[in-house]
Each structure stands twice: as structure tokens, then as C-alpha cells.
Design a protein around this ligand. Structure first.
Ligand SMILES: [Zn+2]
Ligand SMILES: [Zn+2]
Length: 283
């Protein structure tokens, strides 16, 4: 398994591979700009080159960018949609510049104005981001969500529909978040539940199109639709609840990224817990 975490890009993205290695990661996720601002400073070419070199030297086995939290390409408001689309295109360009093959995005929220048109708006923005980075290896992965409020992405059907609206483009895939799956109502913590969830994922999404995972425990119970991450083993999934995923060999080469509440303070312990669960499960 390729276990990693979301690491800071403070001081420049080029520093993030070493930070990940220091924490015990085999893969990293980063923000390619300030995640709470619409406009980020461009990444200087020398900085992008330094990232590529440091990443190559690090022996990390996966890298992914998480998009800005402000983006909502499901928005029914034209001004908000356009601003979000521009930001998503910018994120994809940053991935291409850094040589990072995966851009994880939150599908968006329909704000009470109807799901079906929102799914089309999301797909339109994705197509534009793919067009803007044509010829690059950048893939956009739709994150599975808890389904809080009008947030889209708690149901596999909706994630699939967005990809279909993108003409089933091979550069569109999925990232499953364990906390979000659990909060969305899926049973992922038992082997029977995991099997059933993956059967649905196979039918709706395709196992091969699941490109990455976010590994988070959940402060809220299964089916709560409330998105609150917990440290591994400190939530309602529980440490052993990660065993079915960690021992699923189909995902052996997929980056599995922690986004737990203690951040870099907590990752070494979370990684140790996951590695112990993996070891016990493979006995
Ligand atoms: Zn996310
Ligand atoms: Zn979350």
C-alpha cells in the first residue's frame, strides 16, 4: 500500500516532498496555492523545476493536488461558476507545471437549485480544465463526499453521471474518502460491508478509475452525512475498520492520503496505526 498524507507547501511547493518523507509518507497531497484564496501567486518555473527534481529524488510513489476549498463548479450563480471554473483551470495548469498527475476536486454543491443541471455544470468546468491541459498527464479525480447540505458526491450515481457528462474522458477518475463514504452511509469497516461497497463502486465507477483514497476516521456515525475527520482509530470507523481497504490488493498502488485533524503532528502516529493494521490483516 502507498500510504501518505496531505503535507504543507509552506516556503514553496518544492519543499513538500522532503517534508512528506520526513513524516514517513510514501505519497503526498499538497495545495498548489493558498487554499482559502481565489487567486494564488503563479509558481515560478524554477520552483516548479525544483519540485520535480526533489520529488524524483525522494522515491515517493504518488503525488496529488487538492483543489481550493472556495471552488464550486456546481454553483447555479453564473458569476460564482465562472470564478470557480477559472480557478479549476488554474489548478489543472499548476498540476501540469509541477508534473503532478492527479488533481483531486470536490464536485461542488447545487445550492438547492436542482441536482441534474449542477451535474452538467460540474462536467462543463472539468472539460474546460482538461482542454486547457491537453497533452499533459493530468487527471481530474472527483472526491466522494459526505453529502452535507447540498454537497454533491455522496452517491456513486452522481459521481458517475459527472464523468458521463465529460464523455467518459479517460482523464476523469475518482478519489474515495473513507470518512466521507462512512458518513454517506456506506459500510466500509467490515469485510462484508467493504465487499458490498466495492461491488457498487465496480458497477457505478469502475475499480480501475478509482485513482486515490483519502484515509480519515470519522467523528460522526455511519450515515450522518456530516463531514468531521478524526485521527485513525479515534473515530467511528476504528483502526480495524481500515483493514478491509488496506488489504484490498486491487488498490495496492493507489496513493492513500491522510487528512486527519492533527495534521503533520499526528501523521507519524496515524501512519504507524495503519501499518500495524495492515500487518495484522496480512497475517
Ligand atoms: Zn477534500
Ligand atoms: Zn472531509
Amino acid at each position: 500500500m502507498v500510504l501518505g498524507a496531505h503535507v504543507s507547501s509552506a516556503g514553496g511547493v518544492s519543499l513538500s516532498p522532503a517534508r512528506g518523507v520526513e513524516l514517513g509518507c510514501e505519497a503526498i497531497q499538497i495545495f498548489a496555492k493558498n487554499q482559502r484564496q481565489w487567486k494564488g501567486n503563479p509558481i515560478p518555473d524554477a520552483e516548479a523545476q525544483a519540485f520535480r527534481e526533489n520529488y524524483a529524488r525522494s522515491k515517493l510513489r504518488g503525488a496529488m493536488v487538492h483543489d481550493t476549498y472556495l471552488i464550486n463548479v456546481g454553483s447555479p450563480e453564473p458569476a460564482m461558476w465562472t470564478q470557480s471554473r477559472d480557478a479549476l483551470v488554474d489548478e489543472a495548469r499548476r498540476c501540469a507545471q509541477l508534473g503532478i498527475p492527479l488533481l483531486n476536486m470536490h464536485p461542488g454543491a447545487h445550492m438547492g437549485k436542482g441536482l441534474a443541471p449542477a451535474l452538467e455544470r460540474i462536467a462543463k468546468a472539468i472539460r474546460e480544465a482538461l482542454d486547457a491541459t491537453q497533452g499533459s498527464p493530468v487527471q481530474i479525480v472527483l472526491e466522494s463526499m459526505a453529502g452535507q447540505g447540498t454537497t454533491i458526491g455522496a452517491r456513486f450515481e452522481d459521481l458517475r453521471a459527472i464523468r458521463e457528462h465529460c464523455g467518459n474522458d479517460p482523464r476523469v477518475g475518482y478519489c474515495l474518502d473513507t470518512c466521507h463514504l462512512h458518513a454517506a452511509g456506506f459500510d466500509i469497516a467490515t469485510s462484508a460491508g467493504w465487499k458490498d461497497t466495492m461491488k457498487q463502486a465496480e458497477e457505478q465507477l469502475g475499480i480501475g478509475r478509482i485513482k486515490a483514497f483519502h484515509l480519515n476516521d470519522s467523528k460522526t456515525p455511519q450515515g450522518s452525512h456530516v463531514d468531521r475527520h478524526a485521527s485513525i482509530g479515534q473515530g467511528s470507523i476504528g483502526a480495524k475498520g481500515f483493514a478491509p481497504l488496506l488489504s484490498d490488493k486491487r488498490f495496492a498502488d493507489r496513493p492513500m492520503i491522510l487528512e486527519t485533524p492533527l495534521g503533520e503532528e499526528g501523521y507519524p502516529k496515524d501512519l504507524a496505526v495503519l501499518r500495524r493494521v495492515l500487518k495484522d490483516a496480512s497475517k
